[in-house]
Design a protein around this ligand. Structure first.
Ligand code: OFO
Length: 180
């Protein structure tokens, strides 16, 4: 069983992951409204990734015999000025989440909570990929600049992103991920 401090910190992180999903849904809507269907698709895939992040925390609390306490999800911003600022906002959010995961890891180390430390290692690795994905896209969007023809083609490329995470959690997220 987790300490009450860890239980509350993980519930807060669960909320942040749900907010991430909500934020990326808002970003997807913005892209769709502005004719960027590939970017809209990319963010909907990201939405599914965030739901997995949230559900893993949800199930971890249950596995440890702790209480899941769901709070209100903050309203995400829905106004951006370009594809570039959209991904810059996504990167800033991922950097915030990385810090939050690092803080959780610090707490696990302080409490000598080895189970939580091992559990969090998955997120530490995941955050490297999350920041890299946003950074790679930002670099390309900076190269594209005001070239709308290039943006049109790149948007098409982003529409090829596939969903590599489970989207059905009814049997539990670990089962859906094949025990991972
Ligand atoms: Fe995007 O990593 Fe979770 O929040």
């Amino acid at each position: 069983m987790l300490s009450k401090t860890m239980e509350s910190a993980i519930n807060e992180q669960l909320n942040k992951e749900m907010f991430s999903a909500y934020l990326y849904m808002a970003m997807s809507a913005y892209a769709d409204e502005n004719g960027l269907k590939g970017i809209a698709h990319w963010f909907m895939v990201q939405y599914h990734e965030e739901m997995v992040h949230a559900m893993k925390f949800y199930e971890y609390l249950q596995d440890q015999g702790n209480k899941v306490s769901l709070g209100a999800i903050e309203k995400p911003t829905g106004s951006f000025s370009s594809a570039l600022t959209l991904f810059q906002a996504a990167l800033a959010h991922e950097q915030f989440i990385t810090k939050s995961i690092n803080d959780l890891m610090e707490l696990a180390l302080k409490e000598k909570d080895h189970a939580t430390k091992t559990f969090l290692e998955w997120y530490v690795t995941e955050q490297v990929e999350e920041e890299k994905n946003a950074n790679d896209i930002i670099q390309i969007l900076k190269m594209i600049g005001d070239n709308t023809a290039a943006l049109y083609l790149y948007d098409k490329e982003l529409s090829a992103r596939t969903v590599n995470v489970p989207t059905n959690f009814t049997m539990g997220i670990s089962a859906a991920m094949g025990g991972a």
